[in-house]
Design a protein around this ligand. Structure first.
Ligand SMILES: Cc1ncc(COP(=O)(O)O)c(C=O)c1O
Length: 459
């Protein structure tokens, strides 16, 4: 039995703020997924670098980074200065600017599949625009997605394998929508196939390619433990799309400018027909981009609609220019990867010493920690696993000031601002949290700070 005890942190001000907030905002927040319970919902005062502080002054090392965007750390001085400078020339004019060409060139330089680029405001918007482009270009309406993927809060992709129906793994799971308000009619437009299973994809494409515009794929399942594509799988997806005359749309909203300069496409040596990037491209300022092959992208304006009042808004462009330049010209990616590797090695030592089976998924910059010797390779495998240990431990870590994701499906994100001090503190607290979790679970008791398991959505 461990003798360490952790006090539940003081959330008096956050709790009081929740009571006020809920009078004005449903669930007291601006995204359903920020509500962690009446007593657990955290309200942030400020962030700097790899740390953030809540209303009660609790300090956390942040491994959520706003679900990924803060790749250089919160309030990066250079990015923020560029944004302030841009502010003096105005925000939106419903006209083009020079800056959008500068950023388009930067994206093209870093991501070779981009012959041309268009901007959006969020990941959701970019994926919607990419899907519309694929449909407009091919003249086909249907599409394929993969189990466990997440592509944003829009009707076409808000469908998931029902966890309940996955208990019997001999049958395909039942597909359900992420909630109410999503028309059942949409279900007729797509097929959802198991991740990392090229044979199942080919079965669908062989039969239905005449009506399928696109295969929409996340190269790493950023909302399902960071399960990565097997290299042979994603290359097969590329080949199958070409073979069956279907566009490969790679959703790099999370992986783009995070797993490396060229995103996951460079990592796997593939090129999309169309891809999307968002989160890490502007260190938290709202902007996204769609990139792709010239012939396809030129359909924008020649039959396919795209636009929006705030697209390529000046401050987000300025943030993107500075962020992408830093990512291109400095050793930020190397430092992020080195940190992620050292953190995994440290956690591995702690867990191995205690004989706790575990594995890591994803990429050093966005990795999942998994409590079984074999990491899951599909959403179906994940569902079969026991995630009680993770969920208990995450609640304890958050109480101790390590802001990891309470849902085991979300990866831990690393920024270039995570430093040696963060690493030492994280590993020391991780060791204590593991022992406390072992105690908790052997007692069969509940840790007071447990967070509710939320749906695997980062929006
Ligand atoms: C792969 C992927 N696509 C799209 C989105 C939606 O992006 P946003 O939340 O900016 O709308 C997300 C968000 O987490 C994502 O992870």
């Amino acid at each position: 039995m461990s003798t360490i005890k952790t006090e539940r942190r003081n959330l008096t001000k956050s709790n009081a703020h929740y009571k006020e907030a809920v009078k004005h905002l449903p669930l007291g927040v601006s995204s359903n997924f920020r509500f962690w319970g009446e007593k657990e919902t955290v309200f942030v005062k400020r962030g700097k670098g790899a740390r953030l502080w809540d209303l009660d002054g609790n300090e956390y090392i942040d491994y959520r980074l706003g679900y990924g965007p803060a790749i250089l750390g919160h309030c990066n001085d250079e990015v923020d200065a560029a944004v302030r400078e841009a502010q003096s020339t105005g925000t939106v004019y419903a006209l083009g600017t020079e800056k959008e060409v500068t950023i388009a060139k930067l994206i093209k330089e870093m991501m070779p599949a981009a012959d041309l680029v268009r901007f959006s405001n969020s990941g959701t918007e970019a994926v919607m625009a990419a899907l519309r482009l694929a449909r407009g270009y091919t003249g086909k309406d249907n599409y394929v997605t993969f189990e466990g993927s997440y592509h944003g809060l829009f009707d076409a992709t808000m469908w998931t394998a029902d966890p309940e129906s996955m208990k019997d793994q001999s049958r395909d799971p039942v597909l359900i929508s992420y909630g109410q308000g999503i028309p059942k009619l949409v279900r007729q437009l797509f097929w959802q196939v198991p991740y990392n299973d090229a044979n199942r994809l080919e079965d669908v494409l062989k039969q239905h390619h005449d009506s399928i515009a696109a295969v929409l794929i996340e190269p790493i399942l950023g909302n399902c433990c960071g399960i990565p594509s097997k290299p042979e799988f994603i290359r097969a997806v590329r080949e199958l799309c070409t073979k069956y005359n279907v566009l490969m749309v790679v959703d790099e909203v999370k992986t783009g400018f995070r797993v490396g300069k060229g995103g996951a496409q460079a990592l796997y040596g593939i090129e999309a027909d169309i891809f999307t990037v968002a989160k890490a491209m502007a260190n938290g300022y709202p902007i996204a981009a769609i990139g792709g092959k010239e012939e396809i992208m030129r359909k924008y304006g020649k039959g396919v609609a795209h636009g929006g009042t705030y697209t390529a808004q000046a401050m987000s462009l300025a943030a993107a220019e500075k962020t992408l330049t830093i990512l291109r010209d400095t050793d930020a990616f190397e430092r992020i990867n080195a940190y992620g590797k050292a953190m995994q090695e440290g956690m591995h030592k702690v867990l191995s010493r205690r004989g706790i089976p575990h594995s890591f998924t994803g990429h050093y910059s966005m990795s999942g920690l998994f409590f079984s010797a074999q990491a899951p390779t599909t959403y179906r495998n994940w569902k079969l696993s026991d995630y009680t240990f993770y969920d208990t431990m995450a609640g304890i870590l958050i109480d101790m000031g390590v802001m990891c994701e309470p849902d085991s499906r979300e990866p831990w994100f690393i920024s270039a601002a995570h430093d040696e001090a963060c690493l030492t503190e994280t590993l020391s607290k991780f060791e204590q949290a593991v022992d406390l979790t072992l105690d908790e679970l052997s007692d069969g008791g509940d840790h007071e700070g447990d967070n509710k398991l939320m749906p695997g959505i980062s929006g």
